[in-house]
Design a protein around this ligand. Structure first.
Ligand SMILES: [Zn+2]
Length: 219
């Protein structure tokens, strides 16, 4: 985040000092996804007052959802930034201690969500643990085939909405049970599927049947 050259002026590290970053507890090896989780697409006001040039510089974009997802999972420290020194029970299952590890790999709530969604992929006998599939997909190069697109879409959406649910419960006190969340994720995926233009194939028809959608066909 700080040392890559995102703009013509140079790396952000040449504008914002290490001290400034330290004051905001933004660590040196922070990645774009981590920054955006905390500040979205703006710079802290104090920095903008101190370094007006920042107004000309956009916060770097995430490369794609998949990168964002992987980055997100590497951010266990963020929990410590939010809750210094405290440990809480998981906001989703209220059984184990809240951590990114638990949330995505062990939590019963996320397992229910993932367990339901994986049935709508084109694979048989997938693991119940989302991280096993994520590791598998990380090895595969990105392909434009429907199974690859759908798998990534389902993984990204599962991770994103579980994370969102955790944050909603944590910060807004809003709760949705796993059935409700599954419906939300499925609706989101359907909308995404409807924006695709695909070549007709057996796999495409299987997706249409599983998801109850009609995909746009390329001639
Ligand atoms: Zn849990």
């Amino acid at each position: 985040m700080w040392f890559d050259k995102w703009c013509s002026i140079g790396p952000i590290e040449q504008i914002v000092s290490r001290r400034d970053r330290y004051d905001f507890r933004l660590k040196d090896d922070m990645v774009v996804a981590e920054y955006r989780q905390l500040y979205g697409d703006s710079w802290p006001d104090e920095w903008r007052r101190k370094y007006p040039v920042l107004d000309q510089i956009k916060v770097p974009e995430l490369k794609n959802n998949h990168d964002a997802m992987w980055n997100r999972l590497n951010i266990q420290e963020r929990l410590l930034i939010w809750n210094p020194g405290a440990s809480y029970n998981c906001h989703l299952c209220d059984i184990e201690v809240d951590s990114v590890q638990h949330l995505f790999f062990k939590c019963d709530y996320s397992k229910q969500v993932w367990g339901k969604l994986k049935e709508k992929l084109l694979f048989r006998g997938l693991s119940n643990e989302l991280h096993v599939i994520m590791e598998m997909m990380a090895i595969y190069p990105y392909k434009k085939q429907i199974w690859s697109i759908l798998t990534r879409l389902v993984i990204d959406a599962s991770v994103y909405f579980v994370w969102q649910e955790r944050n909603k419960r944590c910060f807004q006190g809003v709760k949705r049970n796993s059935e409700e969340l599954i419906t939300i994720v499925q609706d989101y995926i359907k909308v995404k599927l409807l924006t695709l233009k695909v070549k007709d194939s057996k796999a495409v028809r299987e997706v249409e049947q599983k998801w109850g959608v009609n995909l746009m066909k390329r001639m």
